[in-house]
Design a protein. Structure first.
Length: 113
């Protein structure tokens, strides 16, 4: 009986925040640019995790920081999408990494300069 108890270790420390961070960073975030006309464009951010209020808070912070307008869209095909005016792909990526702790490997920027 003692050999079974010796093999089984009950002192495993599991941090729930590590599990949450792994789930948040497991999904890919896609940042795309869509041209409206010759000079204007829309930046879309897909794949952000969180409920509607959390995403609206991220959108509000980005709008204020970047000085642009934006919109939250819940699309059946693409899920939760943030739309922001202008080409702010690199700025949005840096903000997601620094403020919201997304991994660099999980953020994909689409479109050419």
């Amino acid at each position: 009986m003692d050999s079974f108890d010796d093999d089984f270790d009950n002192n495993i420390n599991i941090d729930p925040m590590d599990q949450i961070n792994e789930l948040v960073n497991a999904t890919k975030v896609h940042i795309r640019i869509q041209k409206r006309n010759a000079r204007k464009s829309i930046c879309t951010i897909e794949g952000l995790e969180g409920d509607q209020q959390q995403l609206k808070d991220i959108l509000k912070h980005m709008k204020k920081t970047f000085g642009c307008n934006g919109n939250y869209v819940n699309n059946e095909k693409h899920g939760n999408v943030l739309q922001l005016q202008g080409d702010i792909r690199e700025k949005a990526k840096e903000m997601l990494i620094s403020k919201y702790e997304y991994n660099v490997e999980n953020i994909v920027i689409h479109g050419s300069e």
